[in-house]
Design a protein around this ligand. Structure first.
Ligand code: EPU
Length: 428
């Protein structure tokens, strides 16, 4: 187990390249199950969620070869093996194995997913969708059992706008008989990316990226080659890091439209942001204005950037209110930021940040992926040394974070934790 150390105060300069989107990757890999020949995905991020999904693909008889950039998934010899808890509990997106296996085999047994603890994260809308398509769904001892004689297209109105439910229903519906219509669908770019892969495999999908998606089921899907979209949350994290350290950084391999809500907020704070075709230049400033932020579904401000953005706001002049309308308890980073001298408190679904303060290096713990990103940003801003444990959360979603930040001038490195330190963190 590693910990991360940062000596804050460096100004960053140069170009940082964004990897493929984690939240696409974790759906594209299961989507390959639906094909009858190998699927190649270019630009997959080298993160632990991808490796875990790869090994789950192998557990059900598929092959997964990944060189850190490109993966080939061969679904030819797959069977619908039960995947109870174990590895599926390590990530949220293992729920996509339900939709994909149901679509291909008409049956699946998959343990309830794990992932970051951000408040209640039910999957009732996924199940509602599978049932509408004709599946019987039961929950037995922490695993979801799905079975259908046949899947038939249906009209499904999502009660909650859900990225996961939209993709999962799409995965099951592409091989159902007849037409499925998903209404009140999520519109995140990752949904378009998954629909593009499925379409390249032979699926008939219209409307991905809008709130009504129409899918006409087909009998057969075949392998293809697909290039993943860049990770808008990773891009946003580095944009925030540049603003937080008063630096001049080019974020490369980004679709500027995907991060417009962040760009607008940074500009409101006084940061200069210039967008090109697939690059964004962020030039920090000494004096930042406080702003209010409310997370919303796409294209609103993403909940996944709420925690990193809160770290930046500690430096802004005045009081900022950050409200998370998507998750009720995505504030575990706040106590850690306070350890670093931040003036932040949580009231209901909002974090109230008063600044500016000079953060001080401290020993802190990442409780989840984006809390980890927030602490890295805080560490870059702080005076002295910040030591972050819980690095395995960061590894779930950021490919080569230490190397990428070091390359643009940050003093950041990893160290192995001693047995005593591991024990202390476990007992904390
Ligand atoms: N919800 C329900 N019922 C459902 C599904 C969702 O009530 O059946 C609720 C959730 O509890 C939440 C809201 O709807 O309050 C939105 O959840 P959504 O289903 O959209 O989230 P998700 O698909 O589980 C994905 C990302 C998250 C990201 C959210 C929101 C993946 C693997 N995860 O989760 O990413 O926060 O969408 O944009 O795609 C992250 O990357 O750090 C991360 C947590």
């Amino acid at each position: 187990m590693d910990k991360m150390k940062i000596i804050g105060g460096d100004r960053l300069r140069g170009t940082i390249k964004v990897s493929g989107a984690k939240n696409s990757a974790v759906a594209l890999i299961p989507a390959a199950i639906l094909a009858d020949s190998p699927v190649t995905i270019e630009g997959l991020p080298d993160i632990s969620d991808v490796h875990i999904l790869g090994s789950l693909i192998e557990e059900i008889g598929g092959s997964f070869s990944f060189d850190g950039k490109e993966a080939v998934i061969d679904p030819t010899n797959m069977v619908s093996m039960p995947l109870p808890n174990g590895k599926v509990k390590k990530l949220r997106a293992s729920y996509y194995l339900m939709g994909a296996m149901l679509g291909r085999f008409k049956k699946a047994v998959v343990g309830l997913p794990g992932g970051c603890h951000l408040g209640p994260r039910p999957i009732d809308q996924h199940i509602k969708g599978f049932e509408a398509l004709g599946a019987t769904v039961t929950n037995e001892q922490g695993a979801i059992y799905l079975r259908a004689e046949e899947l038939r297209g249906a009209r499904i109105f999502l009660d909650v706008v859900s990225v996961g439910a939209t993709i999962n229903i799409m995965l099951a519906a592409v091989r159902a008989k007849g037409r499925t219509i998903i209404e009140n669908a999520a519109k995140e770019p990752e949904i378009i990316d998954v629909a593009t892969l499925l379409s390249n495999m032979g699926a008939k999908i219209k409307g991905a990226g809008t709130d009504v998606i129409r899918i006409d089921g087909v009998e057969k899907l075949s392998g293809c080659r697909h290039a993943i979209i860049p990770d808008r949350i990773e891009a946003g994290t580095y944009m925030i890091a540049a603003a937080a350290t008063n630096s001049e950084v080019v974020v490369d391999n980004v679709i500027p439209q995907h991060v417009e809500s962040l760009t607008a907020k940074l500009r409101e704070m006084g940061v200069r942001v210039e967008t090109g075709e697939d690059q964004i230049l962020v030039c920090g400033t000494d004096v930042l204005k406080a702003v209010d932020v409310k997370t919303l579904v796409y294209p609103g401000f993403p909940t996944d950037l709420q925690q990193p953005f809160t770290a930046l706001l500690t430096k802004a002049n005045g009081t900022s209110v950050v409200t998370d309308t998507i998750y009720s308890a995505r504030f575990k980073h706040v106590d850690e930021l306070r350890r670093m001298n931040a003036n932040v408190k949580v009231e209901g679904r909002s974090a109230i940040v008063t600044g500016p303060v000079k953060l001080q290096g401290a020993k802190v713990k990442a409780s989840d992926l984006r809390a980890g990103a927030a602490l890295v940003i805080a560490g870059l801003m702080a005076e002295g040394v910040t030591e972050i444990t819980g690095v395995e959360h960061i590894d779930r979603g950021y490919s080569n974070l230490v190397e990428k930040l070091s390359d643009i001038g940050a003093t950041i490195w990893r160290e192995k934790m001693t047995d005593e330190e591991i024990e202390q963190v476990k007992n904390a």
